[in-house]
Design a protein around this ligand. Structure first.
Ligand code: SF4
Length: 417
């Protein structure tokens, strides 16, 4: 089916600002300049009825006013473009980042799930590029996720943003074999081009890594495939490799993937049918299958062997309470490792993530709390011990079992600097 582009104006806000930062990607706002995606990945979650985007891969809605909306919304949130002189800019040691926007957005995702910002339409419309110019103007930190090497077209502007604040590029790679890629991600860049793009980004000091997601059951979850991706990542110097399993929401999302499995891997139909027989509304496979944990565990072991973090190092902007972010990030990382690498109960996961969230949202610094207030904030004794250790030493022996402590943050900030 030929792809149709429809130019539209953004209805409502372009920026989706989250209540809490996402504890996997660390972003706290996202924006989508397109609705729909020509890459047409067979498993794409964006195809689910949930998002109400009919003909997802063949009818691309192009929000031609995205960059103007983005700029307007940043201004209304209290961000100030660096070109505009303000009293703040003349104060000693001041910078635009140190102005105080009404919402503290620690990282902006350029593209957030219902499109790839470097799909083919971008060649013609160049909207992503315009968004990057806005990000540069306001010196805001950004994160880009793509399956296309077209991202290299914008290398210069990404470098500028990274010099002034922070820019991170993730490339999604789930298969080492390009023939398999062609089946499931037919209109995206080849695997070779994606690795080359990452290599070049890293050569130019852009923080970047691999989104090893979704790991496809029975296809991408072999030790060989996962090892080869990690090994190649190591060779080109990626900063992280983040794995995740496949979700299939009931309806179009699951039906389309199952059709491809039926056509190309008929032996795997019983496996897929069984894994997703629970019809979970978020598309999560049956918990007792342990499918997502198994893939994450294998990637964890390979990453450990090759010295690559399997969590994204977190960027902490200068205008936030650093110590709160250090503590909350360590707790969030522990939550991940309990859930995917060691043992867990839902109670443990909930307690750790709740404590992380509470600390991140504190309006005062966590190390300034009186003992009794800290105890009131964190009632769980085990978590309290972890937090007290971080506050006293800047480290966590608990987390060191899973992750090198100098790989948790971008620039490895210490508690005292
Ligand atoms: S690149 Fe991303 S948004 Fe586009 S079809 Fe593939 S999974 Fe969906």
């Amino acid at each position: 089916m030929p792809v149709q582009y429809q130019e539209v104006r953004t209805s409502g806000k372009i920026l989706n600002v989250y209540e809490n930062p996402d504890s996997w990607f660390w972003v706290s706002a996202s924006l989508n300049p397109y609705r729909g995606c020509e890459h047409n990945c067979r498993y794409c979650d964006g195809k689910a009825e949930w998002y109400r985007i009919d003909n997802f891969a063949s009818h691309i809605r192009v929000k031609t006013d995205s960059h103007r909306k983005f700029e307007k919304e940043l201004l209304s949130l209290g961000y100030i473009p660096k070109e505009r002189p303000s009293l703040d800019n003349f104060l000693p040691g001041s910078s635009v980042q140190e102005t105080h926007p009404r919402r503290n957005i620690t990282l902006f995702a350029i593209g957030g799930g219902v499109c790839d910002v470097y799909q083919q339409a971008e060649e013609r419309y160049r909207i992503t590029r315009k968004l990057l110019h806005v990000a540069n103007k306001f010196m805001i930190p950004i994160s880009i996720l793509t399956k296309s090497d077209m991202v290299l077209r914008d290398l210069k502007i990404i470098q500028k943003i990274n010099t002034k604040s922070y820019a991170n590029v993730s490339i999604s790679i789930t298969q080492i074999d390009d023939e398999v890629r062609k089946i499931f991600e037919p209109r995206s860049s080849s695997i070779e081009k994606r690795f080359n793009a990452l290599k070049l980004l890293r050569k130019n000091d852009i923080p970047g890594g691999i989104m090893l997601m979704p790991i496809l059951p029975g296809i991408g979850d072999t030790e060989e495939n996962l090892r080869d991706i990690v090994k190649t990542g190591k060779k080109i110097g990626v900063n992280f490799i983040l794995p995740a399993g496949l979700t299939l929401k009931p309806g179009r999302n699951k039906d389309e993937m199952l059709t491809s499995i039926q056509k190309k891997f008929p032996d795997l139909v019983p496996l897929y049918t069984d894994l997703y027989s629970n019809n979970n509304k978020y598309g999560i496979p049956r918990h007792d299958s342990n499918f997502s944990r198994n893939g994450a565990k294998i990637v964890h072991e390979f990453c450990h062997r090759y010295g690559i973090p399997d969590r994204i190092p977190r960027y902490i902007p200068p205008n936030v309470m650093k110590i709160n972010y250090i503590v909350s990030t360590i707790l969030f990382n522990l939550t991940y490792y309990y859930q995917y690498v060691s043992e867990y109960t839902w109670q443990k996961i909930n307690d750790f993530s709740k404590a992380a969230r509470n600390i991140e949202q504190l309006s005062q610094s966590v190390d300034s709390l009186a003992k009794k207030d800290l105890k009131r904030l964190i009632s769980n004794e085990t978590i309290l011990e972890v937090v007290q250790e971080i506050l006293q030493t800047g480290n966590s022996t608990e987390l060191s079992q899973y992750q090198k402590l100098d790989q948790i943050f971008v620039g490895n900030p210490s508690i005292d600097n």
